[in-house]
Design a protein around this ligand. Sequence first.
Ligand code: LCS
Length: 394
Amino acid sequence: MKHSDVSFDTACIHAGQAPDKLYGGVSVPIFQSSTFAFADADTGAARFSGKDNGFKYTRIGNPTTAVLENCVAELENGKAALATATGMSAISTVFMTFLGAGKHAISTGSVYGPTRTLLEKELTRFGVKSTFVDSSNPANIEAALTPETALIYLETPANPTLSITDIKAAAKIAKKAGCVLVVDNTFCSPMLQKPLDLGADIVLHSMTKFLNGHSDVVAGILVAKDPALIKKMHGVLCQMGGTIDPHQAWLVLRGVKTLAMRVKFAQENAKKLAPELEKHPKIEWVKYPGLKSHPQYELAQKQMSGPGAMISFEVKGGVTAGKKVMDSVQLCTLAVSLGGIESLIQHPASMTHASMGPEARKQADITDGLVRLSVGCEEYEDIKKDLWQALDKI
Ligand code: LCS
């Protein structure tokens, strides 16, 4: 059954999955095996030469992982996918595949801290240059192009500013310049945004977040419409070694079954919370794609099928007041990560985006007072009561 034949919500439960052929198990079996026996030496040789596509070694491929890859590829309207040990493993694989000495990358300035650090501090050691731009204005992407630009990297909505980039406009620029367009779709999940349909070449996720959704796994994935791109990245991943473990892959498959339910519920909570937060007398500003005050509100309406469950805000009184709120919540958990079933609150400048350093944060508009809230699936009134009592403590 293909996603095109059923609704997205139904596809989350069934995509890429059928009862197992041996015993009819409804849940996909976990093939917890590092290696796979060959019937004879010729079969082994055929598998390594690519004439036979059977499994050989779990770093190179695993049946449980393959089911997850087919499932997420379908949900993203892609043709092929490559699961990885973490979101950062997906990101480093894409960079190691398409960048190299003398090559140049253009990236959204406000990206997950370690993504920017990887480009800015690690890959520069290997001769890669990067330019970070406010990609919410596509002209900034175009202006940063050089003859060496090989890759354009977008995070939209961006972590943690929730700034939004026009994927279609960026795709036009990438196509004209002959470079690969990569979109980190972690904040939306395929439920709310389909970058491949908007012209991106590769979409990636930290599956640690909404796709798995239970704050109990770290994992990543890369998806493309062109299987040749996935094949190229698979080659690099096999050498780099950032393969997902089959048990982790199985846990994510289980999480994906409830993706639509979780995202809808959390998003409903966030849609109610954001305007109420915006009116609260102790709040300086709120950034949420579903608010008319969001600078790219119109674009969000066009590009995303919903505004999501991530909210950023600043409390009057800046960092000190923000810390008081984070120290005073009792239901929301003070922790990094996002997209879990539980509400999580954190301080990007001192936590997720600390590695970027103050200069890069300033350039990316990540203020010291910004507090990020990943709205979970608790009852709305319980979340609101908790936040309001924490705001009262200031
Ligand atoms: N992309 C985005 C947009 C992310 O938010 C993260 C992690 C990653 C990639 C990396 O994924 P990982 O390797 O952790 O699976 N973001 C985190 C955050 O905001 N808080 O803690 C982790």
